[in-house]
Write a protein of this length. Sequence first.
Lengths: 335, 593
Amino acid sequence: MLALFYIFIAVAIGVSFWQITRIMNFRGIIATDDDNKKQGTYAIYFMVFLYAMMIYCLIFMNVIMLPESASFEGEHDDNLFNITFWLIGIVQFFMQFLIFYFTFKYRGKKGQKAKFYSDSHKLEAIWTITPAVVLVLLIGYGLWQWNNIMDLSNSEDPVVIEVYSQQFRWDARYAGDDNTLGFGNVNFIKGINTMGVDMSDKNSADDKQVTELYLPKGRKVHFKFRSQDVLHSAYMPHFRAQMNCVPGMVTEFGFTPKYTTDEMRQNPEVIEKTNGINKIRKAKGEDPYVFDYLLLCNKICGASHYNMQMKITVVEQDEYDKWIAEQPTLSSVIK
Amino acid sequence: MSEHHHKETFVTKYLFTQDHKMISKQFLVTGMFMGIIGVFMSMLFRMQIAWPEKSFSIIEAFLGPHQTDGVMNPDIYLALVTIHGTIMVFFVLTAGLSGTFSNLLIPLQIGARDMASGFLNMVSYWLFFLSSIIMVISLFVEAGPASSGWTVYPPLSALPQAIPGSGAGMTLWLVSMAIFIASSLIGSLNYIVTVLNLRTKGMTMTRMPLTIWAFFITAIIGVVSFPVLLSAALLLVFDRSFGTSFYLSDIFISGEVLHYQGGSPVLYEHLFWFLGHPEVYIVLLPALGITSEIISTHSRKPIFGYRAMIGSIMAIAFLSTIVWGHHMFVSGMNPFLGSVFTFTTLLIAIPSAVKAFNYVTTLWKGNLQLNPAMLFSIGLVSTFVTGGLTGLVLGDSALDINIHDTYFVVAHFHLVMGVSAIFGMYAGVYHWFPKMYGRMMNKTLGYWHFWITIICAYGVFWPMHFIGLAGLPRRYYSNTNFPMFDDLLEINVVITIFALVGGLAQIIFIANFFISMYRGQKATQNPWNSNTLEWTTPVEHVHGNWPGKLPEVHRWAYDYSKRVDPKDDDSDYLHGQDFVLQTTPLLEGEDPS
């Protein structure tokens, strides 16, 4: 089989070489009117191909997209994204049309004269000012939303969680009853104290170390990120959340979960995407997939970068209270 | 110049030449060689993404110790991604593109005998050659070449414990880049001095072709930003080899706490992107300059808005140095900085839009000669628009949060700077090949090359936006550990097929290039009926470019299809033909435009 493949390759190379030398013997080297006509027509064909592909992707790849934002803060991200995407979509269709249509329409012909047209202050003013005005609006909305997300100062009674990264796993630490995390540093890493928590800090005693995130629905979650070795990035795409984990410093991010995991599984977009995935998995004889929120590593961090994930489960407040009560405190684990 | 003319040996003519025309060819051929390596690597890792567990004998043959039974290892996957990025950005699109055309065109288009310093120009090339050799050698290091991404963020790039590529491979990477930066700086200084001092009589700054403007501004950006990368690299060398803590702090790895205290990787990110972002424009502006020249020439029309084009190049250049933070929205830097960088970043859309609209207006009512060079320039405008528009999404900090480091980013920058710049480079080669080698490239092969390449470029990068929007992070060796990405595999297979076909199609170009060099039809002096000075030199290269006196310039470079009556499109050409060489004196009463 492999031999056949090699023979095929050899023949293909031979044929293309023969073709190339044949083509090289054509001595026409500057485009003639005939070429202009042909290439102009191809430009139209290409435009049709481009439009077809753009539209196909826009319609049929909708199903693979992330579902609607699972955090309240992300709603405006989705809004802003939709506005931006419509805007650039329209400009894209319009500009590509002009580019390839003009290529066809004004292809060189015998006796055709180009217009001597070198300047127009009016036109230039139009296409400087129009983008400027549109951009002011986009920037305005974007900055308002950015400040919205990044300002964690005035959230009332947030759930404080430390997300801790290392090659190649995630851990998390809940702040416990005092809602304050104990101090952590790599110098305290020892044995079972894998996150380097300073146990002499009075805030550490009630902290709880876990390997899976549980978040209560409707309450602000205040994340603090640490890394013990290289850069990682905590990426929670369903919540429109991401922040790098930087060794030597603590970074922060926050959001409020909007739907529990169970509710999200009932979301029509999620159902459609899950069905699509399960059709593929069934064909391969793999177990069906059930939707879960995930935290992924999104900053190149080494060989197993591609397999660094943590499950996130969003539940109602009472269920969360029950779960967090079951987790042992650090002081009971680390003696 | 005859008194300077001395007998040339093979060594002085082809190797240690100080003639800018030969040096430009050296840059081009070296850049093409590196390009072949870079593109080939991308084909290998695309195969891994599409068929993650499949065994390939080609992978077995090329990756040797870094594969098991024809499947590449995760480490070498990251190495391939890293070196692909490094080679394409620096060795192909910086040195290969800017080095080739700045060297060829600056003296020829401003009417100079050579670069200001032929010797430094030669040094610049040979430093580039040396850095290329070192980069290629780094591929053969036992633990593998640098593998921490082309941005080589520490601590990953600083600690061999973190990834094997950060050992000797990374050392060679840093050495190679340091030499590369020296080469680039020497080259850039030479370009700036030449443009400022050696313009021929009558060649005022506002009569220069837009190519020269682009190369000139690019050189300035390079001089401003490359030294910062050099300092970033040097500090990284200190951290790696001499125990300093510029970028490292509080690290626990392989079971022990390292001694580093007080540094921050964010500092490295700032320093890196202070070059890294302008680098995008170092790559792109020369391509845009080439496009301006080619679109105007082959449309037989003046470039629309010449002064606006210069203004937008300057605006882009200025803004490019104050937007680097948009690569760092989620790096943990102060959110207020994020606001500032969002603002400056989105401002770049304005001069970019001006350029795109001006290109389209130049096409409007032209008499388009659709040569391969022209098609590649039109292709550039198309990919520049497509890729540029998605920049509005990424530049907005609030939106960037969710697509940062996903395939959306990969699609965006490949279209806007990768494909666009490579198209500019191809356009330049097709257009100036007759000037470089005195022969013409084959048109039919050029057409094949263009259409296959643009179809494949869109086939690869348009769907890639969508897998990015599905949340797929870049630089993943395989996506099989995430069932939520199972439905993306099919798309990845399609992308890979386009990538393989597109990559192989470049053989057409290489064949055309080398066969034409020896067997192409002999070029006439001004094959494209162009206005600029390079076409007034003899086809056979002479040392000093013009055999007699230097030409004198009387007009700007874009008097195409100038009419007797400027208001009447049907009136006759003012000079009897649709182009007017820059050396033609103004007629009495002619509007100098």
